[in-house]
Design a binder for this molecule. Structure first.
Ligand SMILES: NC(=O)c1ccc[n+]([C@@H]2O[C@H](COP(=O)([O-])OP(=O)(O)OC[C@H]3O[C@@H](n4cnc5c(N)ncnc54)[C@H](OP(=O)(O)O)[C@@H]3O)[C@@H](O)[C@H]2O)c1
Length: 275
């Protein structure tokens, strides 16, 4: 990978899985890496690996099941960092489980953790990111996507872990398209992707699925969007692996995106002036 000295990256959900590999590669390339997750022991192990390879890293704990913790994480980053060149919204919960779980804020858990936490974090860090151009924001979504039913976003009826996961992943893509429009005047490229299919990670193993891709394959696709100059001018696009792709039709429905944006601003307490 090209040298990335002097840059800083925050990768959410980098204590494990594909996020951890992305963090290690960025660390090797000279980026100061902010590792995030809930598990401090695992986080400190990633930090130690990056430091042992000559890199710089720090662990920041936050449970994305709480919007207050997302705010606290953003506050810490704003206080300690002078720049943020790369933000990768990668933390997530998979499809496993049949119970409808609720976040600390009373929201359906996957919507809260996989989508809304990244939405809030991105807006809170946007002033810092705008000061660090050329910058990149990558939303790690999935090929697993399902249209959001705006009459029942919290899936009170007909819940399944898979439906909750797939709507949260489409929400990330819809957010990507809206944010890219907002950032049209800034040198900040925001993209979304499906990294690779059934990588060998805890999430996939927990779902009882036999992995068919390596974590390195997914990491390569995420890194392309996070650092490669080839994505300049391609903000708002969705990629499957290394190639541009088409998302679920709802992603291209402007009124659906506006509904999601209005709901997200209300649920996070951000004003319309966010960004
Ligand atoms: N694996 C695949 O084949 C695949 C395919 C398509 C898309 N993706 C996407 O890729 C991303 C990473 O997936 P992965 O397979 O690498 O998963 P993973 O190995 O299970 O890692 C998930 C990461 O998210 C963090 N996380 C989970 N819940 C959290 C919470 N409540 N608050 C804060 N952090 C939390 C975990 O950290 P802690 O446990 O320390 O909190 C961990 O670092 C996800 O967004 C997923 O949807 C994966």
């Amino acid at each position: 990978m090209m040298p990335l000295n002097g840059k800083t990256a925050l990768i959410t959900g980098s204590t494990d899985g594909v996020g951890r590999v992305v963090a290690e590669r960025l660390g090797e390339a000279g980026t100061r890496v902010l590792i995030h997750g809930r598990d401090r022991q695992r986080g400190e192990r990633v930090v130690a690996t990056i430091k042992a390879a000559g890199g710089a890293a720090e662990f920041l704990a936050a449970d994305f099941a709480s919007l207050a913790e997302v705010r606290r994480l953003a506050d810490t980053v704003r206080k300690t960092e002078t720049r943020l060149d790369i933000l990768i919204n990668n933390a997530g919960i998979g499809t496993a489980g049949t119970s409808r779980l609720i976040s600390n804020d009373g929201l359906e858990l996957r919507f809260a953790v996989n989508y809304l936490a990244g939405f809030l974090l991105t807006y809170l860090l946007l002033p810092l990111i705008r000061q660090s151009t050329p910058a990149h924001i990558v939303n790690v979504a999935s090929a697993g996507q399902q249209a959001i039913d705006f009459r029942d976003v919290m899936i009170a009826r007909g819940f399944s872990g898979s439906r909750a996961y797939c709507q949260s992943k489409l929400a990330q893509i819809m957010f990507t398209i809206e944010l890219a429009r907002e950032l049209a005047d800034a040198d900040v490229v925001v993209t979304a992707l499906h990294p690779a299919t059934y990588m060998d990670t805890s999430m996939v193993r927990r779902a009882g699925v036999t992995p068919i891709s390596t974590v390195e394959e997914g990491a390569k696709a995420i890194l392309q969007l996070a650092v490669s100059p080839t994505v300049a001018g391609r903000g708002g696009r969705y990629f499957s692996g290394l190639k541009e792709a088409r998302a679920n039709a709802q992603a291209y429905d402007e009124s659906a995106r506006q509904k999601l944006r209005t709901l997200s601003l209300r649920l996070t307490g951000l004003s319309e002036a966010a960004g």
